[in-house]
Design a protein around this ligand. Sequence first.
Ligand SMILES: [Zn+2]
Length: 250
Amino acid sequence: MKYFSTIAFLCLTLVLARQAKALEPIPDKLVVLTFDDSVASHATFVAPLLKKYGFGATFFITEGFEFAVDKEHYMTWEQIKALDADGFEIGNHTRKHAGVAKQKPEELAADVEYIEQQCVRNGIPRPTSFCYPGYQTSEAAVKLLRERGYHFARAGSAKAFDPVSDDLLTMPQAFDSKPEGTLEQFKAAVAQASNGKIAVMTFHGVPDIKHPWVNTDPAKFESYMAHLKEQGCRVIAVRDLEKYIELKKP
Ligand SMILES: [Zn+2]
């Protein structure tokens, strides 16, 4: 009996050692691309360009704004499904795009669950990545996401993501694309991705006709993506971080 428990212990140790070993060291120039708000140009312009480069990305889906009625400027679920089929990640950006800090816990839970259900209904995996509407976070929201099994959540801020010191459920962004943003600023954000830090980039529509204050000009976006290619960056979706970062136990 003692012999068997020793064998069992050794096996368990081996399994755990293998799991720990499975994590890869974070390379320099590791860049995460994220796109918020279900904008139609994500399907028509962004995804084809990213596919050309072989870049990964996360599209954070909300049914807020005029999603239900304006199918010229917001994606259909068929388009969202096609992004998933193309290997991109579909993340949760809540049903109504309300600030989580102002919501009652049950309202937030319902909004989060709704997008999960919509994904499942459309044959898309239940999201494990979340993005806070308006970048507003709250302790209650972090707790809820942890309980619902989310691995990563992107907030606002303006710094590279350091998995050693930053909470995986309030992950900062290194770059937030705005109409006035420049290639030099983008390059500076990319340059922060070194020594275990990761550059998480936020975009809205490319272009974003309905929200001009977060618009990214397509030509400018092309220059950003060309820079990532020139630099030899590894460009991934949020969920791909699991290859490099140990997830917190729920
Ligand atoms: Zn948003």
